[in-house]
Design a protein around this ligand. Structure first.
Ligand SMILES: NC(=O)C1=CN([C@@H]2O[C@H](COP(=O)(O)OP(=O)(O)OC[C@H]3O[C@@H](n4cnc5c(N)ncnc54)[C@H](O)[C@@H]3O)[C@@H](O)[C@H]2O)C=CC1
Ligand SMILES: O=C(O)C(=O)CO
Length: 425
């Protein structure tokens, strides 16, 4: 069995043993655990992704809870976690086979939180696991529930930060910021030209959002308030608050003599793809959203459209995207996530009509420290037998540095299945 080499131990005499598979930002999460009688072991191993064997070694014979990382794309439980019953999408052949330097090889792209790890955690006396992420497509929630392990995630604290990065990618792609920056640095600029890096004006255009949940709605508001764009969205559920916001904001604009902004809930995703000038993807990753954007869906988008993805890489068929980018030089993308992270499909990096960043959408200091705090409090709360927080989207009380957090688990995704009670707070 592979043994992780380096571990940092805090509060060695603590009664409850909690393991974190990675160092996390900030120190409040460490204090919260150690102040509550936890012995905290942080794996400081340099590997980006720990293998199942590494994590088994970390769990050992006695472990009360684990904080894990989504880290990468995370395909393993894509299909197991789906709560939706119909899909027109094909299952991928072998999601863990990736092309590396011209050879196919097997790899594990993420911490693989399935049957093996949850049964081991349960045998070690553990009942708590939390991802330091809102997405949990790397976790087999059914297996966790079977072994009585609560699965935490970190919603709310990363909504605005992630939406801001999606807005940054939209702008950078629309105005060709990266291309122009590279041109400048290469010393190619020799004076103003009428045709130099002409891009798209956003004002008055239509922004399309696919998956208008927390992040999708926050992004929509930014684009509507910032650039006075009209909205078309597709989601399985009606985004009532977002619709009301656009109606009210449109009326306000009219009252000051400016042009109205409008919203439309599309009956199908294809309506969004056909109509929108900028399309941003914000759904969860499950079997209904795997390769949602593929050769066919790309073909119905406007030739000069902008596509942004800060959700999960496999929502886009990246090989089809590369072909589309090659054939349509005025079509542009902003990508924070990739189908087989940390790799990119051949040809993507060479395309000038791309803006590509390494999965940094939630990377603001406040958000990352907050994610660490929420993940630690999910684990601590379950160990201590605290109830579930009544509204996982209202996490501010857990993040106030100057007060003790509520005695509740901020967000447990299988709380109901485990029969956990909900806090009255
Ligand atoms: N790039 C990054 O660093 C980050 C990525 N994320 C990703 O963003 C996702 C969304 O996060 P939140 O907005 O907090 O989640 P959320 O649950 O509030 O929103 C997801 C929305 O997608 C919708 N949806 C589900 N299936 C759909 C389908 N087939 N078609 C259209 N819409 C569908 C849901 O109804 C929901 O409204 C996360 O699950 C995660 O994978 C989140 C944070 C940071
Ligand atoms: O929270 C998530 O789901 C991420 O991708 C990392 O912020």
């Amino acid at each position: 069995m592979a043994k992780p080499i380096s571990i940092q131990i805090w509060n060695p005499r603590g009664k409850y043993r909690v393991v974190s598979t990675k160092p996390m930002p900030g120190s409040r999460w460490i204090r919260l655990l150690t102040d509550h009688d936890c012995r905290l072991e942080i794996c400081t191993e340099k590997k980006t992704i720990l293998s199942v064997d590494d994590i088994l070694a970390l769990i050992g014979d006695k472990c009360d809870g684990v904080i894990g990382q989504e880290s990468k794309t995370g395909l393993p439980f894509l299909f197991a976690n789906s709560f939706h019953h119909h899909s027109t999408h094909q299952l991928p052949g072998d999601p863990l086979s990736i092309m590396d330097g011209g050879r196919w090889r097997l790899t594990v792209l993420t911490e693989d939180w399935g049957e093996t790890l949850f049964s081991a955690l349960s045998r070690a006396g553990g009942s708590a696991f939390s991802n330091m992420a809102v997405g949990f497509n790397n976790v087999d929630v059914k297996a966790a529930t079977k072994y009585g392990v609560a699965v935490g995630n970190t919603p709310g604290v990363l909504t605005e930060t992630t939406a801001e990065l999606a807005a940054a990618l939209s702008l950078a792609a629309a105005r060709r910021v990266v291309e122009a920056d590279m041109f400048m640095r290469a010393g190619l600029y020799d004076g103003w030209l009428p045709h130099l890096f002409v891009g798209n004006l956003l004002k008055g255009q239509t922004v399309g959002v696919i998956g208008a949940g927390r992040i999708g709605s926050a992004y929509a508001r930014m684009m509507i308030e910032g650039f006075k764009m009209n909205l078309i969205y597709y989601d399985l559920y009606q985004a009532t608050r977002l619709e009301k916001f656009v109606t009210d904001y449109g009326q306000f604009l009219q009252s000051i003599g400016e042009q109205l902004v409008t919203w439309k809930r599309a009956a199908t995703m294809h309506d969004v793809l056909r109509e929108a000038d900028v399309i941003s993807l914000h759904p969860i990753l499950d079997k209904t959203t795997h390769h949602l954007i593929n050769k066919d869906s790309l073909s119905i988008m406007k030739k000069e459209a902008i596509l942004v993805n800060a959700s999960r890489g496999p929502v886009i068929d990246e090989a089809a995207l590369v072909e589309h980018l090659k054939a349509n030089p005025m079509f542009r993308v902003g990508l924070d996530v990739f189908e087989e992270e940390p790799f990119m499909k051949p040809g993507l990096a060479e395309q000038k009509n791309t803006v590509i960043v390494p999965h940094i959408a939630s990377a603001s200091k406040w958000t990352r420290e907050g994610m660490a705090t929420l993940a630690a409090l999910n684990v601590l709360g379950k160990i201590k037998g605290y109830p579930l927080w009544s509204d996982p989207n209202r996490v501010a009380p857990f993040l106030d540095e100057n007060s003790q957090p509520p005695t509740a688990c901020p967000s447990i995704v299988n709380g109901k299945q485990l029969g956990l009670t909900t806090s009255k707070l």
